[in-house]
Design a protein around this ligand. Structure first.
Ligand code: TPP
Ligand code: SF4
Ligand code: MG
Length: 291
């Protein structure tokens, strides 16, 4: 029997780059615990990380890791999954990466339902580039690029995911480890696209959305035992009523087929296991089609 996966197997020697107190440490700890609990070996998982402080997380987990161009985690992650559906594929990035430059990919990933988990580390700011407002910055937030306060209405990621058809939607808080681990494990176990937005405070550039502030305003769905996770409209209503200041699993639909389950030729073996060799006749046929 194989040795159990432990922390020693999944952590790396890479020195942490994050500021002391950054919420991203909590996300890393919860992700490590989840991977150990689920016994996912390093060679079974691919992390696709975006550019941002958040994207550094890929360097601290021992798995396959691709650090991609800003905003392009999802197309890359979906490509990896379609090439080898035996891999656990996790896309990770910041609110800027996912909901500004990457927004188009986000919407389409939600409706396509490829079996990929998308974990965003949402600090309502661009951390890496030193404190510009992001799509999730609150109206009125005073930041470098909006010294008088942001005048834009924020993007609401949970509502966007629900409206676009995502089959698993939840939100965690980096300092609520027990709930976050449960959410990550549930998202990784969902067959289809799972979207987990994790509130992960930036202690250096965001002086409004602090740990103390979130602890005051966030409410967990755990405190509402009557809440049902199988009703998309109720999930949307809850996200809207609470201005998304809610944590827990809002919605899941396990009946929808994943994208890769519907592609002819994918059902028998992962593409990486299939022979892609063409016979001379097939090759000539393809060329003839193009002439
Ligand atoms: C194509 C492209 N545009 C812009 C940038 C500059 N850039 C790097 S990270 C970033 C935003 C980071 O914010 P976020 O995604 O929220 O991550 P955080 O650092 O807050 O974790 C930007 C605009 C870039 N690297 N590439
Ligand atoms: S700048 Fe903010 S998001 Fe980046 S590492 Fe520091 S605290 Fe974290
Ligand atoms: Mg950010």
């Amino acid at each position: 029997m194989a040795e159990p996966i432990t922390l020693a197997d999944i952590k790396t020697d890479e020195k942490s780059w994050w500021c002391p107190g950054c919420g991203d440490f909590g996300v890393l700890a919860a992700l490590q615990k989840s991977v150990i609990d689920l016994q996912i070996a390093p060679h079974e998982m691919v992390m696709v990380a975006g550019i941002g402080c958040s994207g550094k997380i890929g360097n601290y987990i021992n798995s396959y890791n691709i650090h991609v161009v800003h905003g392009r985690t999802l197309p890359t992650a979906m490509g990896v999954k379609l090439a080898n559906r035996d891999l656990k594929v996790l896309a990770v990035g910041g609110d800027g990466d996912g909901f500004a430059i990457g927004m188009g990919h986000f919407i389409h990933a939600c409706r396509r339902n490829v079996d990929v988990t998308y974990l965003t580390m949402d600090n309502h700011i661009y951390g890496l580039t030193k404190g510009q407002n992001s799509p999730t910055s609150d109206r009125g937030a005073k930041v470098k690029t909006a010294p008088e306060g942001s005048i834009e209405a924020p993007v609401r990621p949970l509502q966007m995911a629900l409206a676009a058809g995502a089959t698993w939607v939840g939100q965690g808080f980096s300092s609520n480890q027990a709930e976050l681990v449960e959410l990550i494990k549930s998202a990784l176990g969902h067959r289809g696209f799972s979207f987990l937005n994790v509130i992960s405070p930036c202690v250096t550039y965001n002086k409004v959305n602090t740990y103390a502030w979130y602890k005051e305003v966030l409410r967990s769905l755990k405190d509402d035992p009557g809440y049902r996770t199988d009703d998309r409209q109720a999930a949307m209503a809850r996200a809207m009523e609470t201005d998304e200041l809610v944590t827990g699993l809002l919605f899941r639909d396990d009946s929808a087929l994943a994208y890769e389950d519907q592609v002819a030729g994918f059902s028998t073996q992962p593409l990486t296991e299939q022979s892609l060799d063409l016979t001379p006749g097939q090759w000539e046929g393809l060329l003839a089609d193009l002439r």
